[in-house]
Design a binder for this molecule. Structure first.
Ligand SMILES: O=C(O)c1cc(=O)[nH]c(=O)n1[C@@H]1O[C@H](COP(=O)(O)O)[C@@H](O)[C@H]1O
Length: 231
């Protein structure tokens, strides 16, 4: 059976609601992402609960700090037994290398480590406020090269950059893309968006999807239909 390509972002503020959604799933349907909101509210125990149910869990805390601090945080995250963790690529190569080494020396060295490039909520105008004379594509490419140089497993980017990146980076290098919206779905604060099937056709490894699934009247039906659309 093919590994699930959808990572559902469990951005709930209520543990029971999240767990009753998870109770309708099984690990062959999707992976799960725990982000800053749920981790801050419910902590490592919530993450361990999902891991104990057999799900691949992406702990999305986007660490961005000095190398020593990020390394220790990544080791602690890996030791929760999660499938994947992330840092910000703009933290630089020494930071990313320190994070990778800390995971390799942890009790769960198989945890994948990826780096966030340019947030999918940023468009050209927002990026220009932060850095001069660079397009989102150019900045993603630049941070992607640094990430590979540091030896990480892949990056977080938007699916809009995937086709360009796949000209240089082989399928083993993971492209994990939030900002996924089925046709007609509300983009919300996401700017660089794409539909699930277009994203997969562009060479994306995993789709991160939150609100289009979690805010739906029937989240499992939406997830199932996305799975069909990319099968
Ligand atoms: O690292 C992430 O997961 C992430 C990076 C990024 O550039 N953009 C982005 O939206 N995310 C996360 O992906 C999820 C997207 O959720 P929805 O916009 O609700 O589908 C959220 O949990 C974000 O925190």
């Amino acid at each position: 059976m093919q590994e699930p390509r959808v990572i559902v972002a469990l951005d709930y503020d209520n543990k029971e609601t999240a767990l009753s959604f998870v109770a309708q799933l099984d690990p062959s349907l999707c992976k799960l992402k725990v982000g800053k909101e749920m981790f801050t509210l419910f902590g490592p125990e919530f993450v361990k609960t999902l891991v104990s149910k057999g799900f691949d869990v992406f702990l999305d805390l986007k660490f961005h700090d000095i190398p020593n601090t990020v390394a220790k945080a990544c080791k602690a995250a890996a030791e929760l037994g999660v499938w994947m963790v992330n840092v910000h690529a703009s933290g630089g190569v020494p930071m990313m290398k320190a994070a990778k080494e800390a995971i390799a020396n942890s009790s769960h060295p198989q945890t994948k480590l990826i780096a966030v490039t340019v947030l999918t909520s940023m468009d050209q105008a927002q990026l220009s406020d932060v850095i001069d004379n660079v397009t989102p594509q150019q900045q993603v490419l630049r941070l992607c090269k640094l990430t590979q140089q540091a030896g990480l497993d892949g990056i977080v980017c938007s699916a809009q950059e995937a086709q360009l990146l796949r000209q240089t980076f082989t399928n083993e290098f993971l492209l994990v893309t939030p900002g996924i919206r089925p046709k007609g779905a509300d983009a919300g604060d996401q700017k660089r968006v794409m539909t699930p099937d277009e994203a997969i056709d562009s060479g994306v490894s995993y789709l991160v999807m939150g609100r289009p699934i979690t805010k739906a009247d029937n989240p499992v039906a939406v997830l199932t239909s996305v799975n069909h659309s990319i099968a």
